[in-house]
Design a protein around this ligand. Sequence first.
Ligand code: 5GP
Ligand code: MG
Length: 155
Amino acid sequence: MVVVGLLDGVFMFVADLSRDIEVPHVVDFVVASSYGANTVSSGNVKIKKDASASVRGKHVLIVDDICDSGRTLASLAELFRSREAASVRTCCLLDKTCRRVVDVQPDYVGAVIDDHFVVGYGMDWDAKYRSLPFIGIVKPHLYDPAARVEEGDDG
Ligand code: 5GP
Ligand code: MG
């Protein structure tokens, strides 16, 4: 079995998850970014750093921190299927089901969350806050001025 973590946001989750998986496995990492196209194909995700080893004939668990539009997990699953993995399953710590654009349902989900921007436990905002030992919700007015009135200006 190969656990394929999608960097960078997943590094803390994979560290914990890997220690809890009781079957022998290796851990590999991919750096991917989605292009933003609406269709599902291995063509709409850009691989910046590919997996180090072949997945041919192996059971693959793709792990991401968050499933948002679903493009990343859907595209990576298709990519590893095309590489003739024995099986491909997907896992995310957090699932923003309300934001889904492509038809994908991760096989293993830590928690379903509402439409918030979250940081900490590996997840960043502009490269910051990854090291927080908890997951926090960024107040919307910090990235969306229109949210200030609704939310109250309490900093
Ligand atoms: P998708 O391809 O499903 O639209 O995007 C998934 C990726 O978007 C995740 O791997 C993560 O990098 C990023 N992402 C989505 N929502 C959030 C969020 O609330 N906080 C952070 N830090 N990253 C997010
Ligand atoms: Mg990511």
